[in-house]
Design a protein around this ligand. Structure first.
Ligand code: COA
Length: 143
Protein backbone atom coordinates (compact mmCIF):
# COMPACT_ATOMS: atom_id res chain seq x y z
CA UNK A 1 0.00 0.00 0.00
CA UNK A 2 1.25 3.46 -0.94
CA UNK A 3 0.62 5.11 2.45
CA UNK A 4 2.10 8.51 3.32
CA UNK A 5 1.72 11.09 6.12
CA UNK A 6 1.32 14.83 5.48
CA UNK A 7 0.58 18.02 7.42
CA UNK A 8 -3.16 18.66 7.69
CA UNK A 9 -4.27 21.38 5.24
CA UNK A 10 -7.57 23.10 4.53
CA UNK A 11 -8.03 21.00 1.36
CA UNK A 12 -8.11 17.84 3.56
CA UNK A 13 -11.00 18.98 5.72
CA UNK A 14 -13.89 17.23 3.92
CA UNK A 15 -12.09 13.87 3.96
CA UNK A 16 -11.31 14.30 7.64
CA UNK A 17 -14.92 15.25 8.49
CA UNK A 18 -16.18 12.16 6.65
CA UNK A 19 -13.97 9.78 8.65
CA UNK A 20 -14.77 11.68 11.86
CA UNK A 21 -18.52 11.16 11.35
CA UNK A 22 -17.96 7.45 10.59
CA UNK A 23 -15.83 7.04 13.73
CA UNK A 24 -17.49 8.97 16.59
CA UNK A 25 -21.00 9.55 17.97
CA UNK A 26 -20.12 13.13 18.94
CA UNK A 27 -17.88 14.19 16.04
CA UNK A 28 -15.68 17.26 16.06
CA UNK A 29 -17.01 20.18 14.02
CA UNK A 30 -15.35 21.76 10.99
CA UNK A 31 -14.36 24.68 13.18
CA UNK A 32 -12.57 22.44 15.68
CA UNK A 33 -10.49 20.95 12.86
CA UNK A 34 -9.74 24.40 11.46
CA UNK A 35 -8.21 25.28 14.82
CA UNK A 36 -5.96 22.22 14.55
CA UNK A 37 -4.67 23.41 11.16
CA UNK A 38 -3.48 26.57 12.95
CA UNK A 39 -1.98 24.58 15.83
CA UNK A 40 0.30 22.80 13.33
CA UNK A 41 0.64 19.41 15.05
CA UNK A 42 -2.09 17.65 13.09
CA UNK A 43 -1.41 15.20 10.27
CA UNK A 44 -3.34 13.19 7.67
CA UNK A 45 -2.63 9.75 6.23
CA UNK A 46 -3.17 9.17 2.51
CA UNK A 47 -3.18 6.11 0.31
CA UNK A 48 -2.24 7.71 -2.99
CA UNK A 49 -4.61 10.70 -3.12
CA UNK A 50 -7.25 9.19 -0.80
CA UNK A 51 -7.40 10.46 2.75
CA UNK A 52 -7.66 7.44 5.07
CA UNK A 53 -6.81 8.76 8.54
CA UNK A 54 -5.72 11.68 10.68
CA UNK A 55 -4.46 12.55 14.11
CA UNK A 56 -2.78 15.23 16.13
CA UNK A 57 -1.57 16.48 19.46
CA UNK A 58 -1.20 19.71 21.40
CA UNK A 59 1.81 20.66 23.51
CA UNK A 60 1.82 22.37 26.88
CA UNK A 61 5.39 22.82 28.19
CA UNK A 62 7.01 19.36 27.97
CA UNK A 63 3.72 17.46 27.93
CA UNK A 64 1.69 16.42 24.92
CA UNK A 65 -1.98 15.56 24.64
CA UNK A 66 -3.17 13.37 21.81
CA UNK A 67 -6.42 15.10 20.90
CA UNK A 68 -7.79 13.00 18.05
CA UNK A 69 -6.85 10.03 15.90
CA UNK A 70 -8.94 7.92 13.52
CA UNK A 71 -8.49 5.60 10.57
CA UNK A 72 -11.20 5.09 7.93
CA UNK A 73 -13.23 1.97 8.87
CA UNK A 74 -12.29 0.21 5.62
CA UNK A 75 -8.58 0.61 6.39
CA UNK A 76 -8.44 -0.54 10.01
CA UNK A 77 -6.40 -3.50 11.35
CA UNK A 78 -3.66 -3.02 8.76
CA UNK A 79 -1.13 -1.26 10.99
CA UNK A 80 -1.95 2.21 9.64
CA UNK A 81 -3.08 3.57 13.02
CA UNK A 82 0.16 2.31 14.57
CA UNK A 83 2.19 3.96 11.85
CA UNK A 84 0.41 7.28 12.40
CA UNK A 85 0.65 7.07 16.20
CA UNK A 86 4.40 6.35 16.06
CA UNK A 87 4.84 9.26 13.66
CA UNK A 88 2.98 11.60 16.03
CA UNK A 89 5.04 10.37 19.00
CA UNK A 90 8.28 10.97 17.08
CA UNK A 91 7.17 14.49 16.14
CA UNK A 92 6.19 15.25 19.72
CA UNK A 93 9.51 13.92 21.02
CA UNK A 94 11.34 16.03 18.44
CA UNK A 95 9.58 19.07 19.90
CA UNK A 96 10.77 18.31 23.43
CA UNK A 97 7.67 16.46 24.69
CA UNK A 98 8.59 14.00 27.46
CA UNK A 99 5.25 12.30 27.97
CA UNK A 100 2.04 12.21 26.02
CA UNK A 101 -1.43 11.87 27.55
CA UNK A 102 -4.80 10.99 26.05
CA UNK A 103 -8.39 10.43 27.08
CA UNK A 104 -10.40 7.60 25.60
CA UNK A 105 -13.99 6.45 26.18
CA UNK A 106 -14.13 3.60 28.65
CA UNK A 107 -16.24 1.57 26.20
CA UNK A 108 -13.88 2.12 23.28
CA UNK A 109 -12.15 -1.26 23.67
CA UNK A 110 -10.53 -1.21 20.18
CA UNK A 111 -8.84 2.12 20.92
CA UNK A 112 -7.77 1.12 24.45
CA UNK A 113 -6.26 -2.12 23.05
CA UNK A 114 -4.58 -0.10 20.32
CA UNK A 115 -2.96 2.33 22.78
CA UNK A 116 -1.93 -0.42 25.23
CA UNK A 117 -0.24 -2.28 22.36
CA UNK A 118 1.61 0.93 21.47
CA UNK A 119 3.14 1.56 24.89
CA UNK A 120 0.46 3.61 26.68
CA UNK A 121 -0.55 2.80 30.26
CA UNK A 122 -3.85 3.48 32.02
CA UNK A 123 -3.25 5.98 34.82
CA UNK A 124 -6.70 7.14 35.83
CA UNK A 125 -10.21 8.04 34.81
CA UNK A 126 -12.51 11.03 34.57
CA UNK A 127 -16.12 10.31 35.53
CA UNK A 128 -18.72 11.67 33.09
CA UNK A 129 -16.04 13.33 30.94
CA UNK A 130 -17.96 13.06 27.65
CA UNK A 131 -21.18 14.89 26.65
CA UNK A 132 -23.22 11.70 26.94
CA UNK A 133 -21.97 11.13 30.49
CA UNK A 134 -19.54 8.39 29.52
CA UNK A 135 -16.34 8.04 31.57
CA UNK A 136 -12.89 8.66 30.11
CA UNK A 137 -9.84 6.52 30.77
CA UNK A 138 -6.64 8.58 31.00
CA UNK A 139 -3.55 7.02 29.46
CA UNK A 140 0.08 8.12 29.23
CA UNK A 141 3.18 7.14 27.31
CA UNK A 142 6.71 8.27 28.31
CA UNK A 143 8.60 9.16 25.13
C1 COA B 1 -8.27 2.87 17.22
C2 COA B 1 -7.90 2.92 15.73
C3 COA B 1 -7.27 4.29 15.43
C4 COA B 1 -6.88 1.82 15.42
O1 COA B 1 -6.42 1.98 14.08
P1 COA B 1 -5.91 0.72 13.20
O2 COA B 1 -5.25 1.23 11.99
O3 COA B 1 -7.03 -0.24 13.01
O4 COA B 1 -4.85 0.08 14.22
P2 COA B 1 -3.68 -1.00 13.89
O5 COA B 1 -4.05 -1.81 12.69
O6 COA B 1 -2.39 -0.27 13.87
O7 COA B 1 -3.80 -1.91 15.20
C5 COA B 1 -2.71 -2.16 16.08
C6 COA B 1 -3.17 -3.04 17.22
O8 COA B 1 -4.17 -2.36 18.02
C7 COA B 1 -5.10 -3.33 18.53
N1 COA B 1 -6.43 -3.12 17.92
C8 COA B 1 -6.75 -2.30 16.90
N2 COA B 1 -8.06 -2.39 16.62
C9 COA B 1 -8.60 -3.28 17.49
C10 COA B 1 -9.90 -3.81 17.69
N3 COA B 1 -10.94 -3.44 16.91
N4 COA B 1 -10.08 -4.72 18.69
C11 COA B 1 -9.05 -5.11 19.46
N5 COA B 1 -7.76 -4.66 19.30
C12 COA B 1 -7.54 -3.76 18.33
C13 COA B 1 -4.57 -4.71 18.09
O9 COA B 1 -3.68 -5.14 19.09
C14 COA B 1 -3.82 -4.33 16.81
O10 COA B 1 -2.83 -5.26 16.46
P3 COA B 1 -3.25 -6.58 15.58
O11 COA B 1 -4.10 -6.08 14.43
O12 COA B 1 -1.93 -7.13 15.17
O13 COA B 1 -4.03 -7.46 16.51
C15 COA B 1 -9.15 2.67 14.82
O14 COA B 1 -9.84 1.52 15.30
C16 COA B 1 -10.13 3.84 14.78
O15 COA B 1 -9.99 4.75 13.97
N6 COA B 1 -11.15 3.81 15.65
C17 COA B 1 -12.19 4.85 15.67
C18 COA B 1 -11.66 6.14 16.20
C19 COA B 1 -11.11 6.01 17.61
O16 COA B 1 -11.69 5.36 18.46
N7 COA B 1 -9.98 6.71 17.84
C20 COA B 1 -9.34 6.76 19.15
C21 COA B 1 -10.06 7.75 19.99
S1 COA B 1 -9.11 8.27 21.36
Amino acid sequence: MDVSIHSFKMEDINGVLEIESLSFNDPWTKRMFEEEIKNGNFYVVKEGERLIGYGGFVIVMDEGNLVNLAIHPLYRRRGIGTRLLRFLMDRAKGKGVKKIFLEVRRKNIPAISFYLKNGFLKIGERKGYYNNGEDAIIMVCHL
